[in-house]
Ligand binder design. Structure first.
Ligand code: PGA
Length: 202
């Protein structure tokens, strides 16, 4: 079945050359929707993958040093943006402003949540929810299939039409089983290991 596979490169790889090698390797036709989310400075459109950013500011222009706007991302060919990742430690208010601004500018939002209470402001059915338990991120200890399935079902009960992804230590060893029970996965560490990520998306 067609699933959504998001690669969150985080602040990797260190050089443009390495980033370009990943883009080249991952630009292949697969049955899934592949969304590559590199650091801003490497954003580059491909033929088969969709492009996403890892963050975005909530204004479109102005005196906001160091920020990147929804319009700028659209202009670079981004269709998606990850918002609210737990590593960014942002307030709910700030995340809400960003979600609103991105939706208004036609960017599809991948909203990271670690607790079900964070769903209360989700009103738009186009928002893709990435359920990422903090204890599972970057630890090599993914949630059990039973826990993933239970949380997936609780979210689906509230948000029947939204796509729901799981994130947290997804690897080529567990991806297939996880993909069987959710709408997609958000992959951090394993997304910058070429062969491993290719094994997952193929
Ligand atoms: P991980 O990261 O796959 O390295 O656990 C997931 C994430 O933080 O999005």
């Amino acid at each position: 079945m067609k699933k959504i596979i998001v690669a969150n490169f985080k602040m990797n790889p260190p050089s443009l050359k390495e980033a370009n090698a990943l883009f080249k390797a991952y630009d292949i036709k697969t049955k899934h929707t592949i969304i590559l989310c590199p650091p801003f400075v490497y954003l580059r459109k491909g033929k088969y993958y969709a492009l996403g950013a890892q963050n975005c500011f909530y204004k479109n222009s102005g005196a906001y040093t160091g920020e990147i706007s929804p319009t700028m991302l659209k202009n670079l060919g981004c269709d998606y943006v990850i918002l609210g990742h737990s590593e960014r430690k942002e307030s709910i208010e700030e995340i809400d402003l960003k979600v609103k601004a991105c939706l208004e500018n036609d960017l599809k939002v991948i909203l990271c949540i670690s607790e079900l209470s964070q769903l209360k402001n989700v009103k738009d059915k186009s928002i893709i929810i990435a359920y990422e338990p903090i204890s599972a991120i970057g630890t090599g200890k993914a949630y059990s299939l039973k826990d993933i399935s239970r949380n997936y079902n609780s979210i689906k009960e509230r948000l029947k039409e939204n796509k729901i992804l799981y994130g947290g230590s997804v690897t080529n060893k567990n991806a297939k089983d996880i993909l069987d029970i959710v709408d997609g996965v958000l992959i951090g560490g394993a997304s910058i290991h070429k062969q491993e990520f290719l094994n997952i998306i193929k």
